[in-house]
Design a protein around this ligand. Structure first.
Ligand SMILES: [Zn+2]
Length: 237
């Protein structure tokens, strides 16, 4: 699979800054990594490391299990795992938000009228310009209609960049989710096999018990016959 480390570093950095690099390097393609190993990699204290990891956990980008450590006086040690699909999905969501915002800005720039003062480089919306009678509040110069072509060009350039990233990220997310689904299906199948095996064992035990009971019953009936004769002869008497 593609190396997703650069992407994950970008995603986690947005939340916790440079330590994200060490966190990704420590956790990528691993499971339940001891926090002391991560702290060593980050060259930070265990508390500083935990603070970073907690922030990532709050955002759902990492998860942990904890175990009581007898060697550390019964304190908990945390073991961390990167939530690959959740990290990429949250990044995808933020890119979609950016995309929508840029599209809205472009739409408003294309459809609205904007005013500017040639002297003060002040930019106003139509409503703002109307409120001050199309006169600059700073210098008293009459406002002119602003040519939004360069603004739109800039926004469109940015939008294209966001969309390119979004396409790449969505493709990665698909790959990760397909892999996750395979793991999930394998686990379900293994569970089904395990349960079937457990049921078979239980059935065998029950069958054995029934055989035992049957044997016991037979012997009891035999004993009853021996003592009192058959039930038919009993009726005749
Ligand atoms: Zn002005």
């Amino acid at each position: 699979m593609t190396d997703l480390r650069p992407l994950l570093k970008t995603i986690l950095s947005a939340l916790v800054g440079p330590p994200a690099l060490g966190v990704v390097d420590s956790l990528y393609e691993k499971k339940n990594v001891n926090e002391f190993l991560i702290a060593k990699k980050l060259k930070l204290t265990i508390n500083q490391t935990r603070n970073i990891l907690y922030r990532l956990a709050d955002a759902g980008l990492v998860s942990f299990i904890r175990k009581k450590d007898a060697k550390k006086g019964g304190w908990y040690t945390y073991f961390w795992t990167l939530s690959l699909s959740k990290s990429i999905a949250s990044y995808q969501t933020s890119l979609i938000t950016q995309q929508t915002s840029l599209q809205e800005q472009i739409h408003s720039q294309k459809t609205g009228r904007f005013y500017t003062c040639a002297h003060c480089a002040v930019h106003l919306t139509e409503d703002q310009a109307l409120l001050q009678d199309y006169v600059c509040a700073e210098c008293g110069e009459v406002l002119t209609l602003r040519d939004t072509t360069p603004v739109i060009a800039e926004l469109e350039k940015e939008l294209a960049k966001v969309q390119a990233t979004l396409n790449k990220v969505s493709a990665h997310l698909d790959t990760v989710q397909v892999a996750d689904e395979k793991v999930r299906q394998r686990k379900i199948k293994a569970d089904v096999r395990k349960k079937a095996k457990e049921r078979a064992v239980k059935r065998a035990i029950r069958a054995k018990e029934r055989l035992k009971e049957k044997g016991l019953l037979k012997r009891m009936k035999g004993n009853v016959k021996k003592l009192f004769g058959s039930s038919k002869s009993k009726k005749k008497r």
